[in-house]
Design a binder for this molecule. Sequence first.
Ligand code: AHM
Ligand code: MG
Length: 335
Amino acid sequence: MPKNISLTRYLVEQQRIDGHIPPELRLLIEVVARACKGISQAVNKGALGDVMGTAGSENVQGEIQKKLDIIANEVLIEANEWGGHLAAMASEEMDSIYVVPNRYPQGEYLLMFDPLDGSSNIDVNVSIGTIFSVLKKAEGNHGVEESDFLQAGSSQVAAGYCVYGPQTTLVLTVGDGVAMFTLDREQGSFLLIEENVKIPDNTQEFAINMSNMRHWDEPVKRYIDECLQGKEGPRGKDFNMRWIASMVADVHRILCRGGVFLYPWDKREPEKAGKLRLMYEANPMSWLIEQAGGAATNGKQRILDLQPTKLHERVSVILGSKNEVERVTAYHSGL
Ligand code: AHM
Ligand code: MG
């Protein structure tokens, strides 16, 4: 792989090769990446930049907002609202959609994001990230409404995340495989570190919050119980466990070396389909995982086929190495 390929060069070349990326979409991705650089700066400063701690407010899901949740949300909105490529944005941290103000031209894309995923890790210096997903507004001259966003994940035209860890790394798909770019702070640009990321079909590593075990449904209990039995159990091999409590960091590990991630529905709040959000977390991550050869389901259906009914919809998530995801999914249908 040639050295020093910037995100800009990668996108321009992709645009030339197969026309996968129209110019407005390229601009959109570059603007999101620039916003992520700004968020990365703020994350890096930590207490020195007065960005730690809670903001004293709650989001629409009743979760306490951290200062960085709000800062990251503002950075993404300010970076994206004026470019003319977007019609509207939606965020995990905002009650309703944010329509591009009249003073700016409106484009045809819709951007969704979880501005700062893994909020519980902000104050303890553990990896966190930004997740984003891009859809196209249905054709026609109508204004933009929440219903425009309610498209299945299979309609995404771009998706990715930026993980703020020991390195700041942007991971992207436009439907033609997965590419990773690490921020070179001296050059100030994201440089390609890997193309055609592939997840092995098999794994011996699972990620789940074990403290919720007593609340899980039978198929999830059975799957984890079999993993825990290791060599002596029906799987005939030992499993390792990781749980970072930042989906971006857990998914990043899976894209790098395989694994399976589960945040299933559980009995704590049975009326909710899960903890994670379909539009801001599950859809973009599921597409990345599938593009890298993995699988993603809610236990019963492919996540990317789910028809959303509301913006902040939640979903049960099982994703990662294909054979493990298929196994958990099969257990849900009683196999
Ligand atoms: P957030 O978007 O409010 O940060 O919540 C989502 C996060 C995921 O990143 C992570 O997988 C999960 O919540 C951790 O939840 P828990 O603390 O229940 O283990
Ligand atoms: Mg999140």
